[in-house]
Design a binder for this molecule. Structure first.
Ligand SMILES: C[S@@+](CC[C@H](N)C(=O)[O-])C[C@H]1O[C@@H](n2cnc3c(N)ncnc32)[C@H](O)[C@@H]1O
Length: 281
């Protein structure tokens, strides 16, 4: 029997229920029983690292840990960070061709503000920054203000550094690569890094969507894609309400193509697949 199978058998119904309740309370992520194998596989490493023989022992430790470190590790392990540069490319066309031109007609003193609200390892936030840099006249680049946040500490750390394997950006046009990325040399061969001109635009922060209370800013557009699919209806309702409050009048909310707001109460207007708009000028 493999190590995974040995420890996997120790995740009892009660352990699974406790983990699900904790993860739901802290993140809004609803772990159905079908996720059991995923939970077991992803938490194995923590059990091994801490020398815990069973999930029950690990859960006791998790409950005792006042620092929050272990909870962060659990959420890091459970969250699905899959993402890519210019994922669902038509959203970036919409941003470039519909949203930005309208924002450029406003007073030049007004910032162009965007939020990538579950940015994972940063690919989405950098795709937004590149889109803006390519569309906003150079003289107005200092109007661009971007916030990018995620629950996962590890993901945010990766995002801040902005270094990726070359394969992650191989599908981008050569001109984009030349303009916005630096190629690694020597020990960094095979890696690329976003240029400082892109990185400096983004404020990366650890932020939990279901606990956002102290964010004062409002945004002309918010990307919150491929995250609410992990939430139940109640958590989705809370997060959509919060996002709506953080949109400027006329601001846009981008969800993924597979997400809709059908069961959610909101005051937004549907624009194109996955994109909604708050009423306003
Ligand atoms: C599948 S990724 C999507 C990344 C990107 N938005 C995209 O579409 O490519 C989902 C991200 O949501 C984050 N996440 C899950 N629950 C969250 C919460 N309550 N608050 C903030 N981020 C959360 C995860 O850590 C993960 O990085």
């Amino acid at each position: 029997m493999s190590e995974v199978e040995t420890a996997a058998s120790r995740l009892t119904n009660s352990d699974m229920r406790k983990i699900s309740e904790l993860v739901y309370a802290k993140s809004g992520i609803a772990l159905r029983d079908s996720k059991r194998a995923m939970v077991m596989a992803r938490l194995q490493k923590r059990l091994r690292q801490g020398g815990f023989a069973t999930f029950a022992d690990y859960l006791k430790h998790l409950k005792r840990d006042q620092s929050g470190t272990e909870l962060t590790a659990v959420l890091d392990a459970i969250t699905t960070n899959h993402t890519s540069f210019f994922r669902e490319a038509d959203h970036f066309h919409f941003l470039a061709n519909r949203v930005v031109p309208a924002l450029l007609t406003r007073r030049a003193s007004r910032p162009i503000a965007g939020w990538s609200a579950a940015c994972s390892t940063g690919d989405e936030a950098y795709s937004i920054a590149i889109t803006l840099l390519d569309r906003v006249p150079i003289a107005q680049h200092d109007r661009i203000r971007l916030l990018a946040s995620d629950l996962s500490r590890q993901a945010i750390q990766t995002a801040r550094i902005g270094v990726y394997p070359m394969g992650r950006v191989a599908h981008l046009p050569q001109a984009t690569l030349r303009r916005h990325f630096e190629r690694g040399i020597g020990e960094q061969e095979g890696l690329v890094r976003l240029k400082r001109s892109v990185r400096r635009l983004i404020d990366f922060r650890e932020l939990n969507l279901i606990e956002v209370t102290s964010l004062r800013a409002t945004f002309d557009f918010i990307f919150c894609r491929n995250v609410m699919i992990y939430f139940d209806c109640e958590a989705r309702q809370r997060v959509v309400g919060m996002l709506e409050r953080h949109l400027t009048p006329g601001g846009y909310l981008f969800l993924s193509h597979s997400e809709g707001l059908s069961e959610i109460k909101h005051g937004l207007r549907w624009c194109v697949p996955g994109v909604y708009r708050r009423a306003g000028p």
